[in-house]
Design a protein around this ligand. Structure first.
Ligand code: MFK
Length: 206
């Protein structure tokens, strides 16, 4: 069973659109918040508003099989609000291509994307390909990122991933994030196709 089959929700088209709008608005808020100046009145007002959101959401918390976040196959990155919005334009078992735009929320410094966010994007795009190519649940064993040039925020970037080689259930996947002709970052990951008896991967004891 693939990640998508395991976690896909079965939501009505209208609900999918509504959730997409919610995530879009959330990202717009995050980007604007990350760019706000010191404004005590705004901060106090926003803190109170967010506390009311928390009071509204916390009583309804549900388990992973029933949450919406990350289970909406029809939305970019399955509607996973924590991820940068990768828009996949083509995907085969050999290659995944798409565009991504990191907002101000993901800035590290110097109007460039935080290095961890670049790795986050690689885990997603390489992971999509590994899962597709392996035809089952894969887990990242390692992920290596080379930062070649600052990755700019607020502009469309190209993200690509391809299979480097396969050894048994080990899938070595490579990728790039490009701004025009410039390679901003290169990623290389090892993804292990899980065995049925492994469930969803190795866990620590509670
Ligand atoms: C469509 C939806 C797409 C969704 C995309 C989302 C992608 C997101 C993916 C993730 O982020 S997953 C979260 C991050 N990863 C984890 O938390 C994984 C935690 N680790 C584990 O669960 C296990 O360590 C792991 C499944 C990765 C491997 O455990 P196994 O018991 O299956 O493998 P084992 O340790 O027996 O090693 C098998 C082979 O892999 C090799 N190997 C394992 N880990 C390695 C490593 N880190 N580096 C190099 N080689 C490694 C190991 O040497 C060995 O090589 P050989 O077969 O040649 O002897």
């Amino acid at each position: 069973m693939s990640w998508e089959e395991m976690f896909k929700g079965d939501f009505a088209a209208e609900d999918v659109r509504a959730y997409g709008t919610l995530v879009e608005n959330l990202h717009a808020v995050q980007n604007a918040l990350a760019a706000m100046p010191m404004d005590r009145e705004a901060i106090d007002g926003l803190a109170a508003d967010l506390a009311s959101w928390r009071d509204r959401l916390e009583p309804a918390v549900t388990d992973e099989q029933h949450q919406v976040n990350g289970r909406v196959a029809e939305l970019p990155v399955r509607g996973h609000a924590m991820l940068p919005e990768l828009r996949v334009s083509s995907r085969t078992k050999d290659r995944v291509e798409g565009t991504v735009r990191f907002g101000r929320w993901f800035m590290g410094g110097g109007m460039a994307v935080h290095g961890g966010a670049v790795s986050l994007l690689f885990d997603e795009v390489l992971g999509i390909l590994a899962s597709l190519a392996a035809g089952g649940i894969t887990r990242t064993a390692y992920l290596h990122t080379d930062y070649r040039a600052l990755t700019p925020i607020d502009t469309d970037l190209e993200a690509v991933a391809w299979i480097d080689r396969v050894e048994g259930r080990k899938w070595f996947v490579r990728g790039e994030i490009r701004h025009g002709d410039v390679v901003c970052a290169e990623g290389e990951g090892l993804f292990l196709r899980l065995l049925p008896e492994q469930g969803l991967g190795r866990r620590t004891e509670d």
